[in-house]
Design a protein around this ligand. Structure first.
Ligand code: NAD
Ligand code: UFG
Length: 337
């Protein structure tokens, strides 16, 4: 078994943090990324943190010829697959781009792996596959549904992975359902760099605290939650990254099969609690106004973490204050505030 891992999307937000954790756990890393939503400078930042520059190939996961060459040239222990498009709103405007990038891209990647005889695969799924929660906390056997094309691509890829595993029991697959990844590496050298107006709460709050935007719009305060605002299970991206290493170790050691695991903290925070924690961490005000609910949002969502702990021996360690402090350090590293 080789200890080199192919990381698709490894210069992106979650992928770059996973590369750091993989290197620190002793794995070598080859990144494949087309840089459609990330910057090549991330490689320098990773090298500053880990003292090892990951190998990098600029290219697209939909390019079957390129994939065949990559698998021909080097043997890998596993593939960690982060590459994909992830904006919910954009997916409704450009569904074909999402099915092509996410579903077709995954099929191309899995096909090339099968041809190369490499059957160890870690997939970035999402809590979005649970749809409207029927019961909290969300356990992995909760019924799945999707309300937008992005979420549907995750459902379809999960089904493809189940079909693949049923067709050939040599596959070892971990399907990791992330809750709400936030924060940044504590060095402030890598983090989330959304292009344009951030869709997600934490990067938006950070930009308001930094004076880049005048105020935050809070999408509804009439949910059935303690303060009426939406509740989510925010997870520090370094905890998430460590969860990937644990899932990889598990996959490589356990019997072949497909395992689906939540990666969350098991604790939900409301929008107003996030605002207060960020104000505390940054020492800056975060002005906000309450507006109508955002279509498609659920009221509350948090993970059952039992399976992740029982199977992988993993649980998230960092709290909301850590998430806000690290997100703020990353924000400060990018602007004069
Ligand atoms: P990101 O956009 O920061 O990273 C994705 C990376 O993939 C980028 O570097 C991009 O350039 C690359 N990429 C996209 N399409 C590609 C292609 N066809 N070929 C090669 N490279 C390509 O996103 P992220 O937040 O790091 O998310 C990583 C994965 O986790 C995605 O699959 C996403 O759907 C999933 N996920 C993210 C969240 C979240 O809130 N960030 C939540 C649940 C699941
Ligand atoms: N929110 C605001 N104002 C904003 C942005 C968000 O009030 O400007 C609220 C939302 O209404 C929600 C909470 O903050 O209550 C969190 O919203 P995010 O957009 O940060 O996160 P979501 O839970 O809506 O979605 C995220 C990803 C999805 C993923 C899902 C589950 O964007 O891709 O987590 O993992 F599927």
């Amino acid at each position: 078994m080789t200890d080199t891992i192919l990381v698709t999307g490894g210069t992106g937000f979650i992928g770059s943090h996973a590369v750091v954790s993989l290197q620190q756990a002793g794995y070598r890393v080859q990144i494949l990324d087309n840089l459609c939503n990330s910057d090549i400078k991330v490689l320098d930042a990773i090298a500053s943190i880990t003292k090892t520059r990951p190998d990098f190939m600029e290219g697209d996961i939909r390019d079957g010829n390129l994939l065949a060459k990559i698998f021909d040239k080097r043997r890998f222990g596993a593939v960690m697959h982060f590459a994909g498009l992830k904006a919910v709103g954009e997916s409704s405007a450009m569904p074909l781009a999402y099915y092509d990038n996410n579903v077709n891209g995954s099929v191309q990647l899995l096909t090339a792996m099968q041809q190369a005889g490499l059957k160890n695969f870690i997939f970035s799924s999402s809590a979005t596959v649970y749809g409207e929660p029927q019961k909290l906390p969300l356990t992995e056997d909760h019924p799945r549904s999707s309300t937008n094309p992005y979420g549907h691509t995750k459902l379809v890829i999960e089904d493809i992975l189940a079909n693949l595993r049923n067709s050939d029991n040599a596959w070892r697959i971990a399907c990791l359902r992330y809750f709400n990844p936030v924060g940044a590496h504590p060095s402030g050298l890598i983090g989330e760099a959304p292009q344009g107006v951030p869709n997600n709460l934490m990067p938006f709050v950070a930009q308001v605290a930094a004076g880049q935007r005048p105020n935050l719009q809070v999408y509804g305060n009439d949910y059935d939650t303690p303060d009426g605002t939406g509740v989510r299970d925010y997870i520090h991206v370094m905890d998430l990254a460590d969860g990937h290493v644990k899932a990889l170790d598990y996959c490589l050691k356990a019997q072949p099969g497909l395992t689906t695991v939540n990666l969350g903290t098991g604790k939900g925070y409301s929008v107003l609690e996030v605002i207060a924690a960020f104000e505390q961490a940054s020492g800056k005000p975060v002005p906000y106004q309450v507006v109508a609910r955002r279509p498609g949002d659920v009221g509350a969502c948090w993970a059952s973490t039992t399976k992740a702990f029982d199977l992988l021996g993993w649980r998230a360690e960092k709290c909301l204050d850590d998430m806000c402090q690290d997100a703020w350090r990353w924000e400060l590293s990018r602007h004069d505030v």
